[in-house]
Design a binder for this molecule. Structure first.
Ligand code: N01
Length: 556
């Protein structure tokens, strides 16, 4: 492989060959492009959206903001960047995260190698040449030695099939695919279907605009207050002064890549009074760290019940109508086994006279009517419908691409019973194809930016290692993959996660195989495993010089 000068991908002269094709220009694709260019690889990036930002480009629904604190949900690879960018709030709102992505793209000149509004439709591996042919939605093809899927874990918005939807006369929205123009619900009767994070963030804001809001709930979710606030200059500076240590701890010491106080005991080691004090302290300070009060909340059901009971009691305190409060209290999964939500006034919103909660577990939706929703119990008149029904997570965006590996086998065929990877980075039978934060890596159980940077660094170091040794073909071996898949499953089985019908399990997509997809071992331990694999000459991967020197010379 020869490292060539990058060419502007948007120009007609853009090369139909590249060392690396990257699919997606979210936070993963952007940093990957930067790092690959630094190391002298030629890169073509294809992005379906009209600009950078990935999930933050699409998820523009009212109230969208990150549930990881902004000072930690940010790139660490450039000290100038982290010293200079001013986050305004504790939890950054979507427009600010998108502005940050845009700033990063400008700062590092990324857009010139990104072709926007272009979907990758297929990638086919040519075994003889040991390279991929990538076909895009504009009909063009590019050949590349390597393909990296930076397609995101929550990027394939899922619209449920409900009879009559095509006949609905009002506007229909999906939180994960929100229009770019402002949406004004003033004076409208709005229905929100779903009560996951996206609904929990948007419901309080839609309720302020709509004349009437009907929330259709199938499963009640646990949510804790965000306690969002403006960041002061002093707070920002405290992070900046300590960034080297904060970033190191996030990478090495924290299971989820978010620096927070670490628990020193299990929930049942404290008296009930002491436990409630600690839960109250976290409830009052707000945020995802609620699950970090004790070290066994996701391992031991009795311990978990104490944290869940505390939240259920809070819901009963906040919501005035006891019938509604009861409906909002989750009762069919351990707290944290579905991703815990972080909200601003979600439960209190149900005290508003214009908001109604409909239990579609007891009375399922039968069909969409031209002017509303029919459940088995009642019809609800609506002018607009918001689907907050989530994503075909972790594998959905990969599955949309026709990926054909060795022997003509597709990745969808191989993953028919659930995704199989080695380290979440590669899948046997698909040489030179990498995944960023793929299934089998900590990914969605972690601060995504920490995991993205780790994968990008690992992959780019690996490509340089191969180049230095004249190698150009790499593939996960079957034994290494089998062992890793077994380890990922075993790690999940030791926890309460498999007890919930969550998108972690693929349970939200009818027909999707149910297997716990992310790796639960924690980002620190996982990083160490990946580093050890690299130190041992990329143990578990087969590397070779697939293409002879004469053929390479002839091709160049
Ligand atoms: O999606 P979800 P989301 N009929 O899958 C319901 C991240 N995120 O977009 O649980 C009726 O969690 C479904 O019901 P059930 C975050 O990681 C982060 O809200 O399947 N209802 C559920 O209530 C999050 O976990 C942030 O019974 C149907 C809801 O729709 C992930 O994205 C913000 C249905 C889907 O909830 C996904 O969150 C937003 C049907 N046919 C999202 N199908 C932050 O950073 C589905 N549902 C804060």
């Amino acid at each position: 492989m020869t490292a060539s000068q990058p060419q502007p991908a948007n120009s007609p002269a853009a090369s139909a060959r590249a060392d690396v094709v990257v699919v997606g220009a979210g936070f993963a694709g952007m940093y990957l492009l930067h790092r690959l260019r630094e190391q002298g690889f030629s890169v073509r990036v294809f992005e379906q959206g009209g600009d950078v930002g990935g999930t933050w480009y699409w998820n523009r629904y009212p109230g969208a903001r990150c549930d990881v604190e902004s000072m930690q949900y940010s790139y660490s690879f450039s000290d100038e960047l982290q010293q200079q960018w001013d986050w305004s709030e504790r939890y950054a709102p979507q427009p600010e995260i998108l502005a940050y992505a845009s700033h990063v793209a400008d700062r590092f000149g990324l857009r010139r190698d990104i072709q926007f509004n272009t979907r990758v439709d297929s990638a086919v591996f040519d075994e003889a040449a040991s390279e991929w042919t990538v076909t895009t939605s504009d009909g063009a093809t590019v050949t590349a030695r390597y393909v990296v899927l930076a397609t995101g874990c929550l990027s394939n918005a899922r619209m449920p099939e409900i009879d009559g939807l095509d006949q609905f006369k009002g506007q229909v929205y999906h939180t994960g695919h929100w229009p770019h123009e402002p949406v004004d619900f003033t004076g409208l009767r709005v229905g929100v279907i779903g009560t996951g994070s996206s609904a929990i963030q948007s419901v309080p804001i839609i309720a302020e605009q709509a004349s009437r809001l009907t929330v259709f709930q199938r499963t009640a979710n646990f949510s804790v207050p965000a306690r969002n606030a403006q960041l002061t200059a002093e707070e920002r500076q405290a992070f900046r002064d300590n960034y080297p240590e904060i970033r190191r701890r996030a990478r090495e010491e924290m299971r989820n890549g978010i620096v927070q106080p670490l628990p020193d005991r299990g929930a049942l080691d404290d008296t009930e009074e002491a436990r409630r004090e600690k839960y109250l302290a976290r409830w009052t300070s707000g945020g995802l760290t609620y699950m970090g009060v004790y070290n066994n909340l996701i391992l031991d059901k009795a311990a978990n019940d104490t944290a869940a009971d505390f939240v259920r009691d809070k819901i009963a305190e906040i919501v005035q109508d006891p019938r509604v409060a009861k409906l909002l209290q989750p009762d069919n999964h351990p707290i944290g086994s579905k991703r815990i939500c972080v909200d601003t006034d979600y439960y209190a919103t149900f005290n508003r006279p214009n908001v109604e909660l409909v239990d579609i577990r007891a009375n399922p939706i039968e069909r969409i009517l031209p002017d509303g929703v029919r459940t088995t119990g009642q019809d609800y008149k609506l002018d607009a419908l918001v689907f907050a029904t989530g994503f075909d997570a972790m594998t959905g965006s990969v599955a949309k691409i026709e990926i054909v590996g060795r022997g003509g086998k597709t990745l969808n065929q191989k993953w028919a019973a659930g995704p199989r990877t080695y380290l979440g980075l590669m899948s046997e039978g698909f040489p030179n194809l990498f995944l960023i934060t793929g299934p089998g890596s900590p990914s969605v159980l972690s601060n995504m930016i920490v995991s993205i940077e780790q994968h990008v660094d690992w992959i780019t170091d690996c490509l340089s290692y191969m180049r230095e040794r004249g190698l150009d073909c790499m593939e996960a071996t079957r034994p290494a993959e089998d062992k890793w898949v077994a380890h990922v499953n075993e790690a999940a089985q030791g926890t309460l996660y498999p007890q919930a019908n969550s998108w972690y399990m693929g349970a939200n997509v009818p027909g999707k195989p149910q297997i716990f997809m992310p790796y639960i071992g924690g980002v620190g331990a996982y990083r160490q495993i990946c580093n050890d694999v690299a130190t041992k000459g990329y143990e578990g991967f087969a590397m070779s010089a697939a293409v002879s020197a004469e053929r390479k010379a002839a091709a160049s």
